[in-house]
Design a protein around this ligand. Structure first.
Ligand SMILES: N[C@@H](CCC(=O)N[C@@H](CS)C(=O)NCC(=O)O)C(=O)O
Length: 214
């Protein structure tokens, strides 16, 4: 039995996709983000970083969404969401998961919390504009990878795809949104048809219609 501490459409969504894809026994524990429940003393015992998500697996709490995803993939290798040790795609799995979390997600976080990155309130729109450029650069790298590939690892669906689907949703309001990149657009259309994506998006209140328009 797993417990996922989550809030809709936040960094918990990748883990939510995996728990659902793997058909595991899990409980979703909703954190009231608006009321800062992720900073409450009770939650800080589970995730001392005060961020969403955290996963409790067999009584052990884990934070950081990529660590949670890797742990789930390695605990349930039969799900096929991580290439096995020795497979050529395994280093690429780590490469893309790291790129998504350390580069794209980080740039998105600066864009959505610009006030944390300047002491000059007047400078906030400039931080957002600069981030839009940096996000577009990261998306261009992903678009190149998806040109001619069905998934980030080629023809094999992996946890990286669920992770990217989560981040693509966050990036929709960005000036050069994921849907303006042709290969990413076609990929998001395919991903949005997966039953797991539909089910989790239904629970988290994500509107999939922008992906389904041609
Ligand atoms: N690197 C962390 C980042 C988690 C994170 O920042 N989550 C956001 C929600 S998307 C959050 O908790 N924000 C609240 C805050 O920063 O105070 C991860 O991927 O798990």
């Amino acid at each position: 039995m797993y417990q996922l501490y989550y809030a809709p459409q936040t960094a918990s969504m990748a883990a939510h996709f995996l728990l659902r894809h793997m058909n595991l026994n899990y409980e979703l524990i909703l954190l009231d983000k608006k009321n800062n429940e992720h900073k409450s003393p009770e939650y800080l015992k589970i995730n001392p970083a005060g961020r969403i998500p955290a996963l409790v697996a067999d009584g052990q709490a884990i934070f950081e969404s990529p660590a949670i995803c890797i742990h789930l993939c390695e605990s349930h290798p039969e799900s096929g969401l991580i290439p096995a040790v020795g497979e050529a795609n395994r280093p690429l799995f780590f490469q893309w998961l790291a790129y998504l979390n350390n580069t794209l997600q980080t740039e998105l976080m600066v864009r959505y919390y610009p006030q944390r990155h300047t002491t000059d309130e007047q400078g906030i729109p400039a931080v957002v504009a600069a981030q839009d450029e940096r996000i577009a650069e990261a998306l261009a790298v992903i678009n190149d990878q998806l040109t001619g590939n069905q998934y980030l690892l080629g023809d094999q669906l992996s946890a990286c795809d669920y992770f990217f689907f989560m981040l693509a949703g966050w990036a929709t309001p960005v000036e050069k949104s994921p849907l303006t990149f042709p290969a990413i657009k076609a990929y998001l259309q395919r991903m949005s048809q997966l039953p797991v994506v539909k089910a989790v998006c239904d629970v988290e209140g994500v509107d999939l219609s922008p992906y389904q328009e041609s």
